[in-house]
Design a protein around this ligand. Structure first.
Ligand code: DGL
Length: 261
């Protein structure tokens, strides 16, 4: 078991298989603008969502170690797939640091009480893991829940295909079979997907709510920092450093573009 001590002015670390976790970082920056953040995208090894669990665990620990070696005071696993595969082991190993994960935001979707089915779009790994089964178990009785694995979608987003024919074709292809009967809402169970919300809306209709867990994760980060008296006392805006396992400036530039959009 590794233990660490941190001070309240240390940065918060975020990681994801690539650029997806930036959708979670966006919400954290809105909620906690005085904090410093370090983001690590593992684009070299993306996607995680179709890899064996043991490999995802190994990559998650490598990402966590990268951030911990830079002295972060809390860790946000800004990836649903890495959360399903490795959050328990990360918490057992780094027991002294708050570790916040993300899972499909099913609860707010159920609470809308809209007629029709709730579609949960996520990676094959997220939807196959026990964590997901445990999540839907408690809601399945009163709601119609339709898991929808989307292999290939995170890759398109990593490639910057956020709008246009390719992404639109992909989405139409996977969603059309479900559009013959009412859709209550769509839950985005992968942190890459909020970046294609616009395209998704165009296909399913602007009136169907699209829900993701990034704001909830940011609130949980604030709650845990506050609980441990780790919220920064700074009164000026904090800074954000983005790192990526891919070499070159292009991925870093793309990351800042996504973060600021
Ligand atoms: N962003 C990751 C998630 O939230 C998945 C993308 C991938 O397959 O690497 O699940």
């Amino acid at each position: 078991m590794k233990t660490y001590n941190f001070n309240k002015e240390a940065p918060v670390g975020f990681f994801d298989s690539g650029v997806g976790g930036l959708s979670v970082l966006q919400e954290a920056v809105k909620l906690l603008p005085e904090e410093n953040f370090i983001y690590y995208g593992d684009s070299k090894n993306a996607p995680y969502g179709t890899k064996p669990i043991e490999e995802i665990k190994r990559l998650s620990f490598a990402a966590a170690d990268f951030l911990l070696s830079r002295g972060v005071k809390a860790l946000v696993v800004a990836c649903n797939t890495a959360t399903s595969a490795s959050i328990e082991e990360l918490r057992d190993t780094y027991s002294n640091i708050p570790i916040i994960g993300i899972e499909p935001a099913l609860k707010p979707a159920v609470e809308l009480k809209l007629p029709g089915k709730i579609i949960i779009m996520a990676t094959p790994v997220t939807l196959a893991e026990k964590k997901f089964y445990d999540l839907i178990k408690s809601y399945a009785e009163n709601s119609v829940i339709q898991p929808l694995p989307c292999p290939g979608l995170a890759e398109l987003i990593e490639d910057g295909k956020l709008t246009g024919e390719e992404i639109s074709y992909f989405l139409r292809n996977i969603l059309e079979p479900f559009m013959v009967s009412p859709i209550a809402s769509i839950v985005l169970g992968c942190t890459h997907y909020p970046f294609i919300k616009g395209e998704l809306s165009r296909i399913i209709g602007a009136d169907i709510p699209i829900i993701d867990g990034s704001a909830g994760t940011a609130r949980e980060l604030r709650r845990q920092l506050s609980l441990k008296d780790l919220l920064s006392d700074r009164t000026i805006k904090g800074n954000i450093h983005i790192f990526n396992s891919l070499e070159g400036e292009e991925i870093i530039k793309f990351s800042y573009t996504l973060l600021n959009q």
